[in-house]
Design a binder for this molecule. Structure first.
Ligand SMILES: N[C@@H](CCC(=O)N[C@@H](CS)C(=O)NCC(=O)O)C(=O)O
Length: 101
């Protein structure tokens, strides 16, 4: 079962949440209170940067929203969200990176 650590209003958590729902994957939602939950030793053991979102797929831990989205796309490819044409894919990457850095 996938575990998804998130915060409701987190703009980084939302794309991951949407991808999980659109791919119809079963997952456990674990909401963090960002007033301190993210700095607890148990969570820092999962993500040393102390940030959400984090996805845990069995024993595989992924943090950083774009890395999580890449993982979901390759590991659970249906439905597919990324274009396969290299130029279109590059345009998608440019837009996403411009909005997240
Ligand atoms: N680059 C990260 C940014 C994640 C991030 O900044 N998350 C915020 C919530 S939107 C967070 O967890 N902040 C807690 C903190 O910095 O203590 C990603 O894309 O996942």
């Amino acid at each position: 079962m996938l575990k998804f650590y998130y915060k409701t209003l987190s703009l980084y958590s939302r794309p991951v949440w949407i991808a999980l729902l659109e791919k119809k994957l079963p997952f456990e939602l674990i909401e963090l209170n960002l007033n301190g939950d993210q700095l607890q030793p148990e969570f820092l053991a999962i993500n040393p940067f102390g940030r959400v979102p984090v996805l845990v797929d069995n024993d595989f831990v992924i943090f950083e929203s774009l890395s999580i989205l890449d993982y979901l796309e390759l590991q659970y490819p249906s439905p597919c969200f990324l274009p396969t044409d290299i130029k279109t894919l590059t345009v998608v990457r440019m837009i996403v990176n411009a909005h997240t850095t």
